[in-house]
Write a protein that binds this ligand. Sequence first.
Ligand SMILES: Nc1ncnc2c1ncn2[C@@H]1O[C@H](COP(=O)(O)OP(=O)(O)OP(=O)(O)O)[C@@H](O)[C@H]1O
Ligand SMILES: [Mg+2]
Length: 502
Amino acid sequence: MSELLRIENISKRFGDFYANRNISLTVERGEIHTLLGENGAGKSTLMNILIGLYQPTDGRIFLNGREVRIESPSQAVSNGIGMVHQHFMLVDAMTVFENIILGDRRASGIFVDRDARRKEILEIADRYGFNVDLDKQITEISVGEQQRVEILKALYRGAELLILDEPTAALTDIEVQGLFEVMHKLVGEGKSIIFISHKMREVLEISDRITILRAGEAVATVEKNEVDGKKLAALMIGRELADSVYEKHEKEGSPLVALNHVSYHKESKHNGLNGVTLSIRPGEIVGIAGVDGNGQTQLAQLMTGVIAPEEGDVDLKGAKVGTFDPLAFIQNGVAHVPEDRNLQGLVSDMSIADNIVLKSTEKPKFSYGKGLFLKKGSISDYAKKMVDHYDIRCQSVDQDVRSLSGGNQQKVILARELESEPDVLIVAHPTRGLDIGATRFVRDQMIAARDRGVGILLISADFDEILEMSDRIYVIFEGQIMGEYSGINPPIDEISLAMTGK
Ligand SMILES: Nc1ncnc2c1ncn2[C@@H]1O[C@H](COP(=O)(O)OP(=O)(O)OP(=O)(O)O)[C@@H](O)[C@H]1O
Ligand SMILES: [Mg+2]
């Protein structure tokens, strides 16, 4: 193997905070090099330096032994570096084809040979086994497909080094295996990949070497074969994480929420809901097992008042819901951790403190006259307490939420919703993008809420998470409930099969 990339003593400072400090590492040709580290450890920052979005405060970058300055993303591209970001950057209103050629100099101007470009793109897609329809709008394709488009775009621009920042966070297991096949093919051809993931199993499966970042510093680089999950976790968080097993309960009693033969079909692109009947009792976690896109989104929207059923009805705390309105649901004690934190969960150019009290500014604790005059001091004190409790890594509670790392943004939503003293909690993918320590913490908090009597609906694409946490499990497939199971010793094979509609 020969060295493709070498970074030496890279530091990046924001104000007087070091997001990266003195980081050195190398990436070989044909290598999959993983970056592992807690939320806020500095992984994305380092990658944003390589892609020319940030300038390092200090340090040097070498490509093929030659020192380079990467002052813009287009310079990164001409140096053969491509990146698929933690949050995709595709333009929704355009087609797949338009997105791929966007910003490509050869394709700009009046005389674009679209046919030649198409042919070139299709050849690359074919080589890596991507099945893409170039004429679809971005809004029409799944998250997994969007990701392939991002990768295709990077390859089309001639990437020799591909950076994948948490590419698997929103993928199903099958999609992950598909992505891994592509990654193997790429490194087989001598390309290099920097891979970021919080999922230990994946890291141990796909990596050649792993560099562990802790609080902005590279603490070790190890060969995959030298380590196991426990050792990596210890390197990452500086202590060992004990195993945990949650106790399950079977609850009796009248439900907090009940859906009775509910159907919803409005959106044609996704599965709607077909005659769904289910309930959540106080003090239980009800897991929804299923492959993403089988009606989970509509289920969560329905149970938080965003959409109204076309048929059937919903009971909340024993009364039939008349008007479906998110505000009314919030006031009725329904909290919601949404599936898309950027679109629904956070106001990204507001501060951490304001996001944490977003839904409770009318409470006497935080304002006089129901939100008329805010008690800035109390809000700030409360936010600091939450930052502490949820270990949100930031410099100050007045910082914009957008400047937080991905996982820490997720913690802001969790702090707000879990601590709002709800009766019902509708949670979608609560630990997506969280590191292993934070994942454990959030699961503990959910169990604690359950034990206080909160009724929780847990939607998760992570089947292990459903099995670990749920007292009761429903399987959803194409908008229908395929079965109901106890969470105590659940029949795993039977459930997996039901998830595929069998
Ligand atoms: N523009 C910015 N201004 C101020 N602080 C920033 C900025 N960008 C990043 N940070 C801080 O730098 C630290 C590292 O963030 P980074 O996004 O690199 O973490 P990460 O390792 O990718 O975490 P995650 O696993 O949650 O994605 C965080 O504490 C973050 O708040
Ligand atoms: Mg990140």
